[in-house]
Write a protein that binds this ligand. Structure first.
Ligand SMILES: N[C@@H](CCC(=O)N[C@@H](CS)C(=O)NCC(=O)O)C(=O)O
Length: 70
């Protein structure tokens, strides 16, 4: 399953959501609240040490940048 940690008003997050949608892929949407600094929590930083959104996780693969393709 594809998981996307993202923030709705983040253009970086929106870019990935649009791409996944265009590809007709299903994903689990997990909102990260920047206002309360969830992106800087120790739990989130394990997945994304950069402390930014979005973070895409599929199995053991983690993608940290909205512009990276595989
Ligand atoms: N290079 C990263 C940049 C990610 C990034 O800077 N995201 C912003 C939102 S668009 C963010 O997380 N800002 C929170 C912060 O910097 O504290 C990408 O393209 O995904």
């Amino acid at each position: 399953m594809l998981e996307l940690y993202n923030t709705p008003h983040s253009t970086c997050s929106q870019k990935v959501c649009i791409c996944l949608s265009e590809k007709d892929l299903e994903w689990t949407d997990i909102t990260v609240n920047l206002a309360i600094k969830e992106h800087l929590s120790p739990k989130y930083l394990v997945s994304n040490p950069n402390g930014g959104v979005p973070t895409m996780v599929r199995d053991s693969i983690i993608i940290l940048d909205a512009s990276v393709s595989t």
